[in-house]
Design a binder for this molecule. Structure first.
Ligand SMILES: [Zn+2]
Length: 252
């Protein structure tokens, strides 16, 4: 009897290790194991343009597969209603600082640059693959410059100091802040460079305000309002258009 239990455990363990598991018939569907979940559920992941099927334990896998199959129409509707992808391909347009900019790939070895007057992002590149990577790096560099400037600006208004600033591709949050030894360590999504500048500013002000209030209480929003005028407008923009930011750089 004991052996039987052990065998099942080993088998379960092996199955567990194979998660997350992509659906062989639908690459947009990913099965994610969760010990905390109590039931099977679907989660649309805007950033990855896929749907996660939350599986509450290995034993529920078969049932979860059937469930995902039954919900095929719903999955189609959710994923097809996501904003159009804006891949990093020469000749395409992407959102940059809230406006459409054309991606240009001239020959030659000039430095990549952004020309706001012409709404062009010019990135010399030998081939399509390195083009996409170069565009991405350029956007991250620009994002970092803008986010650093904005962070220092709003921190100064609050009489606070910013420590480390990280710029990465965060999936669920535009920014986060922890305070250590009186300094705010802030992490941002590089995608904020694609939003209108007042939205990037708002996120920086928001994270800096967390150096005073590490929560989302009324006191926190009062601090936010004291250093940034258009909190409501910026929040509304992110609510309505935030998913567009995740479409930047996504492939067709
Ligand atoms: Zn916050």
């Amino acid at each position: 009897m004991k052996f039987g239990t052990q065998n099942t455990n080993t088998a379960n363990k092996r199955v567990k290790q194979s998660f997350p598991l992509r659906d062989p018939n639908d690459p947009r569907v990913l099965y994610v194991l969760s010990d905390r979940a109590r039931r099977i559920s679907l989660r649309v992941k805007n950033a990855d343009r896929e749907v996660h099927v939350v599986v509450p334990g290995v034993r529920a896998f078969k049932k979860a597969q059937n469930f995902a199959r039954e919900q095929r129409d719903w999955i189609d509707v959710q994923l097809e209603s996501l904003p159009e992808p804006q891949p990093f391909i020469a000749g395409q347009e992407i959102l940059y600082q809230g406006q459409k900019f054309a991606l240009i790939s001239p020959s030659g070895r000039a430095r990549p640059r952004i020309v706001p007057e012409m709404k062009k992002i010019i990135v010399p590149s030998p081939d399509a693959e390195s083009f996409a990577g170069r565009v991405r790096r350029l956007l991250i560099r620009e994002a970092r410059a803008e986010l650093e400037a904005a962070s220092h600006h709003y921190a100064e208004k609050l009489g606070k100091r910013v420590g480390k600033i990280s710029v990465r591709d965060t999936a669920s949050r535009w920014g986060s802040c922890i305070t250590r030894n009186g300094e705010g360590h802030i992490s941002y999504s590089w995608r904020l460079i694609c939003a209108p500048p007042f939205v990037l500013d708002y996120v920086a002000a928001h994270e800096c305000a967390h150096m005073i209030e590490a929560n989302h209480s009324q006191a926190f929003w009062d601090v936010c309002d004291s250093i940034f005028d258009d909190v409501k407008l910026a929040k509304k923009w992110l609510r309505n258009h935030g998913s567009v930011l995740h479409a930047v750089g996504a492939d067709f």
